[in-house]
Ligand binder design. Sequence first.
Ligand code: ADP
Ligand code: MG
Length: 516
Amino acid sequence: MSPRDVQRINISSGKAIADLLRPTLGPYGRDKMLVDSDGMVVVTNDGMTILGEMDVELDVVPAGRLLFKLAQAQDDSIGDGTTTAVVLAGELLAKAEELLSQGVHPTVISSGYRMAAGKALEHLEACAIPVRSDDTTLLEAVAQISMAGKGTERASGALSPLIVEAVRTIEDGNEIDLDDVSLVKATGGTISDSLLLQGLIVDTSPPVLSNMPEYIENARIACISTHLNPLESQKGELTVRDPAELGTVLDYEGRASKKIVDDLVKHGVNVVFCEKDIGHKVQQHLANNSILAINRTTPDDIRKIARATGARIVTNVGEIAADDIGGAGLVERRFIGVDKLLVIEDCENPKSISLLLRGGTEHVLDEVERSIADSLGVVRQAHQDARVLPGGGASDVGVSLALRTFADGVSGREQLAIRAFADAVGVIPRSLAENVGRHPIDSLVELRAKQSNGESTAGFAERDIVDDVVTAGIVEPLTVKTHCLVGATDAVASILCIDGILDAEDLNPTGAEAKT
Ligand code: ADP
Ligand code: MG
């Protein structure tokens, strides 16, 4: 394949991926229904989820892989803006294709694009709006906008205060660790019934014996990662040949089981989470001592419980010490929705909180979870960076105008690439227009005219073009946009540099199998 062919394939597949996502952009973006090879259905509007489900197909062409990585990086570090980043990259590729056909060299296009991206960041930083950390209205607007077009949108009014409160609760100086927030899904009820709980909610199995308590105040909690069974913990297999030996073994089991529980009682433990199994005799002793014990707790839940309650995960129960024990004001199994879940309230670590997500079906809940996870990330960005931009395409139109002026002052062919970049950024307002059923070009022209006349925050608010999107509450964190611009520029520059696709095996002259 000639370098030109490779470029053509990469550009056209990059554009095709962007075209696929464009109709999902913005509050009126449509959903995609994805059906995988097992017939599982996902209905989503989330760019990352759509690309994730296309993973296999994307592998074939380098551009697909690079755009997938672009979306993934945006999703991992920011949590929002994945569609914007991919749509922008697609448009930058389309404009690059025009320049290539006019004979502009790919390296000139890349360097012009990078100059443009640098200028765009400067412009965006200059027009960003500061956010005071106590400005609840603005932060809730950020949360609400990040839910645009998602399954949670209708309930975004009810969810955004929960998200802002969650971020504020876990804030520690300027550190915000989203691991402190557990997202728990419970079917039953509607999305607006979702609530924030100080503490942890865990979907565990029931207690090992039904006569164990299910309501424990002043809980002292042990998190154990091994078997709580003296026979299981012996290495190797235990074979009894002589019936007389059986008595000895049972004796041992009885004494060792009592010793395990005595050690726990000595430290005042009244709740036990065990990652493995709990032996019958241990179970009985635990119940006799009114200890709530749950087995087969997942490693992830054990980790969360330990983090929330200050417990240390115990690997050898014989050596359990006082500071291994965690604490919480209350441990209770209670009905939430249709299931009985375990609630740990008033934890030693006050930053441990849970967002209980409610919804009619698993599908709905999965989409709610994705959307809330994104929103938490976005509000964290806005809170930490403390700067937002006017949304609804307003900042994109601003960038586009600023870059046109900038291009005029640049000599050489890079000027063409900067102009192309300025046009490409217009794809965001154009797509927003298209997705609300407006004429894309007319809308863009109208917005440019308004902004050129001094209404620098003119953009879309829902379906309408308004003079000031900020007063309409359409704002998004500066970092979402800057990350999109930098990521899309880098991805496109890499794609333009590819002039050959080689199978790694072809590079292996010995024919030996490549190491993976
Ligand atoms: P992404 O994955 O890029 O976040 P979205 O589908 O969430 O994609 O769309 C984000 C775009 O939609 C942003 O440009 C944002 O400003 C715009 N947007 C979100 N909510 C609104 C709204 N209510 N009115 C106008 N534009 C909005
Ligand atoms: Mg979004």
